[in-house]
Design a protein around this ligand. Sequence first.
Ligand code: ZN
Length: 291
Amino acid sequence: MIDDSGYTYVHEHLHIDLSLQKGDIDCRLDQYDLIKEELLQLKLRGVLNIVEVTNRFMGRNHHFVEGLASDTGMNILLSTGYYVDGFFPPELHCRSAREICREMVGEIENGIAGSDLKASLIGEIGSSENRFTDIEKKVFEAAAYAHLETGRPISTHQSMSSMGRQQVMWLKQYGVNMNKVTIGHCDLKDNIDDIVWLIEQGCYVQFDTIGKNSYYPDTRRLDMLDVLSDRGYLERVMLSMDITRRSHLKENGGLGFCYLVDAFVPMLRERGISQQEIDTMLKHNPSQLFG
Ligand SMILES: [Zn+2]
């Protein structure tokens, strides 16, 4: 459940480890005290909820996250699913969508890895850059079944803002209600036409890599949000930073989790985005989607 008296970051990782796959120790985000301190700072700024989208084989660590929740009082939602081709375990190839669905439903209804911590959503499930592989499609099919059985929302990962339309079309054919779907990483290239199309299908879109200026500058993110504001479409937009590396933390020289509220929200205001619209993206929409 989202505490809608405060803001929500909809796509974050509080413990993630892709260091083996990426060959870079920086991709092991696990510095408990630094993350705890940043969460406490976030709470002081009115961010009360984090949607943690780390799933199987990404270094999900529910005990680590449970510790953070109890040490900081941050409300953290956990996820079930599989990420993207290249990060799947080999056995996934020979399992059926129904079998994968059973496992997802188990984590939603019974808890993760024998604990009583339950997954609140299915995510982040992804597609490759400009490619939606067969096994990725199977994970989406499983997610659709798990969603239909539990009603829990689906949060996706696009690689470099590609294949969002294909994700939506694939989920639709299994009867998923687009009001319960959020398409991730829409803000890594100029793709306003795709974003408008996604919104018009009824799903949410995420500007969730805020601050990752080396991929795509925040000024262009603001340009696209401006267009969406003019069209009255911010009621389908949500925000986050997708912090995944040690070097993203403030203490390690990065922007830190507070950048979104401390720097990006003021930039939104300068562009003429109203406080009501900011609350829509950071408060109302996450509460609508995640319940
Ligand atoms: Zn992602």
